[in-house]
Write a new protein. Structure first.
Length: 347
């Protein structure tokens, strides 16, 4: 039996022994000296837990812990407690690991080898020296306690305990913890705890009665859209777009004037080129100038049409926009320069 216990320890440490199946079967085989008969169901869950430990899955300890828990609940044999203690220690459920190691040592007795007993005794002593005791109550009872330890290096370690009934005593690994309670959708405030080795702390979490459906307040229905108060920002939107439209209309007027000027220049240039041709048709230079004159007139016409549309839109928006003090501060002015047109203002 001593070799069987050591085999379980080696498997749970994460190695890949060549005789995994044989060792697992030996670890849980019933004997004449066994205090508790291990059922086939417990054996299956134990084997599944061992299988998880030999994988490289990130959550292998969580899955193995769940399997060993089910196995021990089905057949509470000391033989299962060794592996259960190992995974609980890996998950920083140190209080559970301490209880499992103690049960394994007591149950195994002389069946454990000296090497295995020394190994487990050493781990047990280190765990007991490095814990802080925390007593937690929740109001109302039945809450889940969520503990998050924040190590100086590495990712946070998260564990859930519960549901609580009365006071819940946890033996946590010393360090910085953030603890809160959850119940039926209600979440308590977070308790920041710097848990030192050997310290004892207590906390009561108040969760109210938000989880009780019959006492959940019914939210008042929202008011219809038309009854909502109109903010200054909302009332200024049509007025702002009105000024923008007027500004674009001014730009269009400026552009039209610019293109008319260009058309006039091209017309003058064409007349001079026609005269240079001696008034004889066809005159290539005059034709090119006439073509550019037509293009400029077309662009001028498009600009004036666009300007008219923008000015009309702007006037309508300003006429029907709500009154606003902010709108009285808006101002704009168009500008036209050599080869440039634009609008400046404050809205």
């Amino acid at each position: 039996m001593a070799d069987q216990g050591l085999s379980r320890w080696t498997i749970a440490r994460g190695y890949l022994p060549r005789l995994l199946a044989t060792l697992t079967a030996l670890a849980l085989s019933g004997t004449a000296h066994a205090e508790v008969h291990i059922s086939e169901n417990a054996s299956r869950h134990f084997n599944e837990g061992v299988r998880y430990l030999t994988t490289q899955q990130a959550d292998r300890y969580e899955k193995a812990y769940a399997e060993f828990q089910v196995a021990h609940l089905d057949s509470p044999s000391w033989k299962i407690l060794g592996n259960l203690g190992i995974v609980a220690q890996a998950l920083e459920r140190d209080g559970e690991a301490i209880d499992a190691y103690r049960g394994y040592l007591e149950g195994g007795g002389k069946q454990l080898s000296a090497a295995e007993r020394d190994q487990i005794t050493g781990d047990l002593a280190r765990l007991e020296l490095g814990i802080a005791t925390v007593t937690i109550q929740s109001s109302p009872e039945g809450a889940w306690i969520i503990d998050e330890r924040l190590p100086e290096v590495g990712a946070p370690v998260l564990n859930r305990y519960g549901p609580s009934a009365g006071s819940l005593t946890l033996r946590l690994r010393a360090g910085h913890h953030r603890i809160h309670a959850e119940l039926g959708g209600a979440v308590s405030e977070i308790w920041d705890l710097e848990a030192s080795t050997g310290s004892r702390n207590s906390q009561t979490f108040e969760l109210g009665r938000a989880h009780v459906p019959s006492e959940t307040p019914v939210s008042a229905p929202p008011k219809p859209f038309e009854d909502q108060p109109e903010t200054a920002e909302t009332s200024n939107v049509p007025r702002i777009f009105g000024y923008v439209s007027l500004g674009l209309g001014a730009v269009g007027v400026g552009s039209g004037i610019y293109f008319l000027t260009q058309a006039s220049d091209w017309k003058s240039t064409g007349n001079k080129q026609f005269q240079s041709c001696g008034g004889v048709m066809p005159c290539t230079a005059d034709d090119e100038a006439t073509k550019k004159e037509g293009q400029a007139n077309t662009l001028a016409l498009v600009s004036f049409i666009g300007a008219g549309a923008f000015v009309t839109t702007g006037v309508l928006l300003l006429l029907y926009a709500p009154d606003s003090d902010a709108s009285q501060q808006a101002s704009w002015s168009p500008w036209v320069g050599p080869g440039e047109v634009g609008v400046s203002g404050r809205f």
